[in-house]
Write a protein that binds this ligand. Structure first.
Ligand SMILES: [Zn+2]
Length: 289
């Protein structure tokens, strides 16, 4: 299917990546849109929910079919929204269990039932584990759209069951030039490059956070590339291809793990300079250099 987005929210990159992910017959079961406040992930989630219930054979949401009209009015019987950004206690485990049993009910009128869970960084581990059960074996015709400030806020088990898309516009200030230089430096013979790259993060926590998010997207794309996939989360085709060409699947998996570990550590308020240096050293080891 082809998706029409309502505005520039989240930026062209994430919209492009989402469009690619939703192309063709296969509809993803669960996506996570990550980005800070103001990054537009809530609007993107609404666009996807509308597209998921749109009955038009063409571009979705068409805006005129009965599915679109109800979705726009907030009264579509197959769209369920829980807003954890508005209320941090919105995800008690009972709510998740209810969602889980609702997920097995057939859609009323749309092709699928849609569960929009906003601000899942506010979901407890118990609730996340309850959600995991339905993400592991999703019923047919169910679509989960999650948003979070950072994918690192979720349990790795949950993260591995959702397709993560990062909103580049607004939110976390990333730095693609640095992210790509760092990714390429991993394959360079001299570690000096890496150390140099790490040094730049010492006083800039927000940039480091953004760059880690971008590296995560790059490593995911490189892994997809090695498996013959074309999923482009990062939108950085050349660098992703460079990585998948120069590194083994095992190395890329480890680098992705190290990146996610570093992201989690950063959220735990680790010292940025020390974390950056340690992360770069670990990347180098993971790459086998
Ligand atoms: Zn429609």
């Amino acid at each position: 299917m082809s998706i029409r987005f309502a505005g520039p929210e989240g930026g062209a990159e994430i919209q492009e990546a989402l469009s690619l992910a939703f192309e063709g017959e296969r509809f993803p079961h669960a996506v996570l849109l990550e980005g800070g406040p103001g990054s537009g992930t809530d609007r993107l989630a609404a666009d996807l929910a509308r597209a998921a219930v749109c009955l038009s054979p063409g571009e979705k949401p068409c805006g005129v079919c009965s599915g679109c009209v109800k979705a726009a009015a907030g009264s579509h019987p197959d769209i369920f929204t829980v807003d954890g950004d508005a209320d941090t206690r919105a995800f008690p485990v009972d709510t998740i269990r209810q969602i889980r049993s609702d997920a097995y009910v057939r859609p009323n009128e749309a092709p699928r039932r849609v569960f929009v869970l906003l601000g899942v960084q506010n979901m407890s581990e118990i609730s996340q584990n309850a959600l995991l059960k339905v993400l592991e074996e999703p019923p047919r015709n169910v679509f989960f759209v999650l948003t979070a400030v950072s994918a690192a806020a979720l349990l790795p088990t949950v993260r591995s069951r959702v397709q993560v898309f990062s909103a580049a516009g607004g939110g976390l200030p990333g730095d693609w030039e640095t992210a790509e230089r760092l990714a390429r430096a991993v394959l360079a013979p001299a570690e000096a490059e890496l150390v140099f790259a790490a040094a730049g993060f010492a006083g800039n926590r927000e940039t480091f956070r953004g760059v880690l998010r971008q590296l995560s997207a790059l490593f995911r794309d490189a892994l997809a590339g090695r498996s013959g996939g074309t999923a482009m989360i990062s939108g950085r085709e050349e660098t992703a291809a460079f990585l998948s060409g120069g590194l083994t699947r095992r190395s890329l998996m480890r680098m992705l793990e190290e990146t996610e570990t570093a992201r989690a550590a950063l959220e735990q308020n680790a010292n940025t300079a020390l974390l950056a240096a340690d992360y770069c050293a670990r990347l180098s080891t993971a790459a086998g250099r």
